[in-house]
Ligand binder design. Sequence first.
Ligand code: SF4
Length: 193
Amino acid sequence: MDLNVLREHCLHCSSCGLYETRHNVVFGVGPETTPILFVGEGPGEQEDLRGEPFVGPAGKLLDDMLCIIDLGRHNCYITNIVKCRPPHNRDPFETEQDMCMPWLRSQVRLLQPKLIVCLGRIAAQKLIDPEYRISRDHGKWYNRGKFRMTALYHPSALLRDPTKRPSTFEDLKSLQKMAREVCPEVFEINKPE
Ligand code: SF4
């Protein structure tokens, strides 16, 4: 099993009710060799229409955030807790998150990342701690088995509230420092020709 095969299976998933309203399953993108995994909460409208995570204004901001720390989509893997869009961009229900988690677990098993970066509250509460408070805990590092984990504000939250950007800049610097210590090879993954 590799990520392509897993993706093919996931594209046909109807395990939760979100399959009824999706246009596309948004499985995830990035190189299988990367040690860094970013996890958001779920696809929005543009992502649902294009089948890619983090496109549109929030995706552009995520690209800018990665660029600040010498990273990009070519050297990170990006996915979400749920792979299908919740209608009207509501938060994914706990049941939907639980039904979708096996896909993320399989992605993690195949990628074997060293760093997992949650984007926003939903991902942080699912993957780090159910009591996680993004306004209090963003940027902190957690050891979870083989992984080091942290969370940043979701790019959509940064678009809505630019006052969160200075602290996110500090969190990004912390991420860059951790990546240089734990997985410096990530900076060597080149853009495909
Ligand atoms: S959100 Fe996840 S579990 Fe639900 S249908 Fe989509 S892929 Fe399947």
